[in-house]
Design a protein around this ligand. Sequence first.
Ligand SMILES: [Fe+2]
Length: 191
Amino acid sequence: MSDRSNPVLARTPPQILGPFYPIARTPELGGDLTRHGGGKASGTVLYLSGRVTTVAGDPVPDAQIEIWQANANGRYDHPGDENPAPLDPHFAGYGLLRTDADGRYAAKTIRPIAYPVAPGVIRPAHIHFMVTSRTERLVTQMYFSGDAYNAIDPFLASARRKDALIVTPFPAGRADDPGAEMAEFNIVIGA
Ligand SMILES: [Fe+2]
């Protein structure tokens, strides 16, 4: 157990919930968002994993993690998304995970792309997270390094530490899933 009076990690910055939280959908359980409806989602597979800890560095076990995102075309499966890009019937778009005893989580998803939110306004690619522990809830977003829209996104700019929200995917190197990428997104909450 770490010394709670001596924080060693900075909290992950919060972000807005956004308009496309999937209030009317049932989340995919089990961590694989890429095999919905009996087929394979299009796009680059992203093996996403990380650890939820407290500011003292202690694991947060049994935390609930909701993730939701646009598909490989930049479209949310949400009635409020007016982007004409096509839906993907094989992409779940919304997953529900739990951290293990060491605070770790894992998901298999699709790398989203940037999408339009208004004429002339594009949001960089991102994945929304809502982390709920026994005592705390964090709503945030994870971004991808190298996205040209990161530099002009007002929501990412609102984060006190932008770097804490940006991951750098790299090749997963899996013979069973050529072309797949992996990324690690660690999350620090209060307790
Ligand atoms: Fe979004």
